[in-house]
Design a protein around this ligand. Structure first.
Ligand code: AMP
Ligand code: MG
Length: 340
């Protein structure tokens, strides 16, 4: 298959989004930008289009997709019995990086929800994404546009690397502003539960949902065969080929530790870069969790170019969006944490 390149610039914008919408209406699959990561979009109403998404990504069949909407009417098509608190969250955080799991209607194909009776919904804040949804008139199911298991794509070139030749088109827009996937909370359990941390932080959600629970899987390895609320959390994720170890400690401890290790590389904070003597990359400023979120997936993709056996990554703090970065790195590290 030849993957079409749909460029986003002043001259090409209208053509590109119209073409993306037309491909989606024809049952095709298109990688689109969002503020979190690039998504691989398909009509949420079309079972055959959804099957193509699972196939292109090599995604396990029991891992449901997030449905992206551009207005509140679409929410009422795809979800029902929406609790008041969910509407409060929509008012406060949409459009934006918050996904809500709600009871589903029959509007979307069952394969979107991987057989569950709930649906995950989000209204992204990215203009290109919103325009494509609006013009196509379709709620779009869109998981991250990467090969399952690899780091999520934050630039169209990451998408190209993973999926060129396997999907109908890629929309080439800028790098993603947030850099980690959306926060996911479920309203299908009582009290509502944080399933995946993201840019809408636990602290912000607690202001609206004081009894919000946090799923064990956020910071722990799910036990084998345990029932997980969010199927995506049980799979190997975000992993480069290099073996990842997550290292907790202050800057002095981290620098001393990696400099004493052999055959390894490091992913560090900017401010540590010059003092590290092994091959290294930095992924953001240690005190600025937003910058770490923006840089984390690119760094995980680039580390394999250094061709070393192991990489030690300096863990961020677990507050604010740092919790989301920590959650992704924990999975990239297959839960191997070194505490200094
Ligand atoms: P991705 O599309 O790769 O960002 O992953 C979507 C995440 O949302 C995965 O962790 C899924 O397991 C989770 N998810 C999607 N739909 C549901 C649902 N109906 N119930 C629980 N989790 C969901
Ligand atoms: Mg994903």
């Amino acid at each position: 298959m030849i993957t079409k390149k749909l460029l986003i610039n002043k001259e090409s914008y209208e053509n590109s989004i119209n073409e993306a919408a037309a491909i989606l209406n024809d049952g095709g699959i298109v990688a689109i930008p969002t503020e979190t990561v690039y998504g691989l979009a398909a009509s949420a109403k079309s079972d055959t289009a959804i099957k193509k998404v699972f196939e292109a990504k090599g995604r396990p069949q029991d891992n449901p997709l997030i449905v992206h909407i551009s207005n509140m009417d679409m929410l009422n098509f795809v979800a029902k019995d929406i609790p008041e608190k969910a509407l409060d969250c929509a008012k406060r955080f949409w459009p934006g990086p918050l996904t809500m799991v709600l009871p589903r209607t029959d509007y979307t194909a069952p394969s979107v929800s991987a057989g569950l009776n709930s649906v995950a919904v989000r209204m992204p804040s990215h203009k290109t994404a919103l325009d494509i949804i609006e013009i196509s008139g379709l709620p779009l199911a869109a998981p991250s546009a990467n090969v399952s298991g690899s780091p999520s794509p934050t630039s169209p070139f990451h998408v190209e690397n993973d999926l060129n030749g396997k999907i109908d088109a890629i929309v080439y827009d800028n790098e993603c502003a947030v850099g980690v996937e959306s926060t996911v909370i479920s309203f299908c359990v009582n009290p509502p539960r944080l399933l995946r941390p993201g840019a809408v932080t636990k602290e912000q959600l607690l202001e609206i949902i004081p009894d919000l629970a946090v799923d064990k899987a956020v910071l722990k390895e799910p036990e084998k065969d345990a029932k997980v609320e969010s199927p995506g959390m049980k799979y190997k994720h975000y992993a480069p080929k290099t073996s990842v170890f997550l290292v907790e400690g202050d800057s002095d401890e981290f620098i001393k530790f990696v400099n004493s290790e052999k055959d390894c590389s490091a992913i560090c904070f900017y401010e540590e870069f010059n003092q590290i003597t092994v091959p290294k990359l930095s992924y953001g400023e240690g005190e600025n969790e937003e910058s770490l979120a923006k840089g984390v997936f690119s760094a995980l993709r680039e580390i394999d170019n250094l061709n070393l056996e192991k990489v030690y990554i300096h863990a961020p703090s677990k507050t604010g969006i740092g919790l989301a970065v920590y959650n992704r790195l924990l999975r990239a590290a297959a839960f191997r944490v070194i505490k200094l």
